[in-house]
Design a protein around this ligand. Structure first.
Ligand code: ZN
Length: 311
């Protein structure tokens, strides 16, 4: 299987307005797509990322107003880490304290400083001030200077009771290999490696069993470079006995889904065609994006969605 790293990560939120404000104004990501949950079109699907919504930068949310909080823990993608420049940690600590955003004490992980940050629903985010090269352009923002800005994902940490079956899927089926190990944490990478590729498996026995709800991750998507690689991935996931979905055309990418043995929902998504298929790159996030099968119902869908004025 030919995978390039993380594609997007999708989480569950409550209030869409609060979610939009936090990710654009506090974290300085670009709002790149306003769409709907394709399985529940009365709910938004909000996407944040770099300027173009490049694969490896995109965090997305299903916000259900009033939804109760979940509990991060085993059987879930426990933490979502973003890459920031090595010298940016002080900036972020000062900024998040001033904005009264909850954080946890900085820890050192595989030589990098990691600042844990909680979004308004309690979703566990991490800013990894990494000494590794990360040539990706900063997310454009009027609130966060480019020198300190988020570059995209660094890693996804999966919390597991038993890492072995998940590690076997990563290494035998998905082409990942182990690069580091420390205590309960083992790191895997794929392709060229580096920020945006890492998956950490965490077997901390102190963590509870995870419960879905606001502030938890729904699924983690990996990058297939093109359609032929996606077809190959589908065949290989199926032959590994993982119970794969059909290939689904999500308009912005093609998808397939399977649940890895530790309980986390995985997706493999194509890099193409991307988010500029229904609005120009310069104005991403301004128009409600709908897949072709929902386009005939645009008026009803827009009327049913909560009002959300976008930046
Ligand atoms: Zn997805």
């Amino acid at each position: 299987m030919n995978l390039l790293g993380l594609h997007h990560i999708t989480a569950i939120a409550s209030d869409p307005r609060q979610n939009l404000d936090f990710y654009t104004r506090v974290l300085g990501l670009r709002f790149i797509k306003k769409s709907v949950n394709q399985d529940d079109p009365g709910t938004y699907h909000l996407y944040y990322g770099d300027y173009a919504g490049s694969p490896g930068t995109v965090l997305t949310f299903f916000p259900w107003m009033g939804l109760r909080r979940g509990r991060p823990g085993h059987g879930q993608a426990y933490a979502t880490a973003f890459s920031i420049p090595a010298g940016a940690l002080d900036f972020w600590q000062e900024r998040l304290a001033r904005l009264q955003v909850p954080t946890a004490p900085v820890e050192t992980r595989f030589g990098d400083s990691v600042l844990t940050v909680f979004d308004p629903d309690g979703l566990r985010l991490e800013l990894v001030a990494t000494a590794e090269a990360d040539p990706r352009p900063p997310a454009p923002s009027t609130d966060v200077p480019a020198a300190h800005a988020i570059r995209g994902f660094h890693s996804s940490t999966l919390a597991l009771n038993d890492a072995a079956p998940t590690a076997a899927v990563l290494t035998s089926t998905m082409g990942y290999h182990q690069v580091a190990q420390d205590g309960y944490r083992t790191r895997y990478t794929v392709a060229t490696g580096g920020p945006g590729t890492y998956v950490d498996l965490l077997t901390d026995p102190a963590l509870p069993r995870g419960l879905n709800g606001a502030g938890t991750i729904h699924h983690v998507a990996f990058r297939a470079p093109d359609d032929p690689a996606h077809v190959t991935a589908h065949r290989e996931v199926a032959s590994a006995g993982l119970g794969v979905s059909p290939v689904i055309d999500r308009a912005y990418f093609k998808s397939l889904y399977y649940r890895e043995p530790g309980g986390v929902l995985f997706e493999i998504a194509t890099d193409q065609p991307g988010f500029a298929i229904d609005e120009p790159v310069e104005s991403l996030g301004t128009k409600l994006g709908l897949p072709p099968r929902l386009e005939p119902f645009r008026a009803e869908i827009e009327a049913a969605l909560p009002k959300l004025t976008t930046p």
